[in-house]
Design a protein around this ligand. Structure first.
Ligand code: NAD
Length: 354
């Protein structure tokens, strides 16, 4: 059997820990990619994997992604991620969460956890009874950082779309600019509402058709069926639902000047970044434009841990820096002919000393 550290997803991660607690039934992997900029921060995923290898792959890839995302958000945080391997019935007990909390505590602050898929705020409160190295807890008071990261993510994407419209179309406002939004959940719905206030022309879609139709009516936009949103003729396509939508077929059907949205891992494969760029479409790297949520989660942690009092104002200040970072990426991409996703990766690698 090949050692896992020779596998493609292993990227000189600083630490990969297997956690087993027979009594509670906990099996988890905690991966810390880099602590160059600060503690490895990233959420915990609770998922039933078809095979353990898939859990390892997730932990390795997602923790590396967090290093890049935190670095590009200007946060004093490295990258980490935990996955809890749920059983088929997805049994989640207080004992299991306590054992997980003990494992995080055992790393002495090298890893900071929060919610991810399958983990709720109440779960994090349970984990926080065993360790201080947790974020994503209930908001402590007015002006404090924290709470649902969705609206902060949406705010960053809205500002990023405005920057893209300025850069590509030379317009100072999104008034009358046609934006097709895929996914009207926490993030996509928030983005659509902010854009509507500025008078953007909206086309919305979601597999929850009723909700998307209601939102379209509410915001004065159009609704299209989920299979029609990517080929909608528009100025900006904003993916805020699934990852891996930008594949051969997806890129070929786009009829827009800009792709800028919050969905994680939008490219099906690495080559698709260059493919999108060859079509002359401006791309806002996903982990740069969707950093608003992690900015809020990180600030909450810093305020609680280190007695900082940045609060919500500091969160807003950091989110306001997203457009400048995107513009820097696009300028570098145009100057070098390298696609914007690769430019972003290289900038992130430099920041984390790789
Ligand atoms: P959500 O579950 O609130 O919303 C997702 C929406 O997408 C749902 O309404 C769902 O019905 C819809 N959807 C699913 N498949 C679809 C399809 N094929 N076509 C159209 N719509 C579809 O999730 P969210 O928090 O809004 O997250 C959206 C994306 O943003 C995800 O990729 C997530 O990983 C990413 N993201 C979220 C945050 C955050 O703060 N919530 C931060 C960074 C990245």
């Amino acid at each position: 059997m090949t050692a896992f550290w020779t596998e493609a997803d292993y990227d000189d991660h600083e630490l990969v820990q297997l956690v087993r607690d027979a009594k509670s039934g906990l099996t988890a992997i905690i991966a810390i990619h880099s602590t160059h900029l600060g503690p490895g921060a990233g959420g915990t995923r609770f998922w039933h994997y078809s095979e353990p290898k898939a859990a390892m792959r997730d932990a390795l890839r997602l923790s590396r992604g967090m290093s890049y995302k935190n670095a590009m958000a200007g946060l004093p945080m490295g990258g980490g991620k935990a996955v809890i391997l749920a059983d088929e019935a997805r049994t989640k007990t207080p004992e299991l969460l306590a054992a997980f909390g003990d494992a995080v505590e055992g790393l002495g602050g090298k890893y900071v956890t929060a919610e991810d898929v399958g983990i709720t705020e109440a779960d994090m409160v349970a984990v926080s009874e065993r360790t201080r190295f947790v974020s994503g807890l209930p908001v402590e008071g007015e002006g404090s950082a924290g709470g649902d990261p969705g609206p902060f993510t949406a705010m960053g994407i809205y500002l990023g779309i405005k920057a893209a419209v300025k850069h590509k179309l030379g317009k100072d406002s999104v008034e009358g600019v046609h934006i097709a939004v895929q996914g009207t959940g926490s993030v996509g719905g928030g983005v659509a509402r902010l854009l509507a206030k500025d008078g953007a022309q909206l086309t919305l879609s979601d597999i929850n058709e009723e909700r998307a139709q209601a939102m379209a009516r509410d915001l004065g936009g159009e609704f299209v069926a989920p299979d029609a949103i990517m080929s909608t003729a528009c100025d900006v396509f904003s993916p805020n639902a699934l990852g891996a939508i930008l594949d051969d077929e997806g890129i070929a059907c786009l009829d827009c000047a800009i792709v800028a949205g919050g969905a994680n891992n939008q490219f099906a494969r690495a080559k698709h970044g260059a493919m999108l760029s060859e079509r002359g479409i401006l791309y806002a790297p996903d982990y740069v434009i969707n950093a608003g949520g992690i900015i809020s989660v990180a600030q909450e942690y810093l305020d609680r841990q280190q007695g900082e009092k940045g609060g919500i104002n500091e969160v807003r200040k950091r989110i306001a820096q997203i457009p400048a970072r995107l513009t820097q990426i696009w300028q570098e991409s145009e100057a070098t002919g390298v696609s914007s996703d690769v430019v972003a990766d290289r900038m992130a690698q430099k920041l984390i000393g790789r």
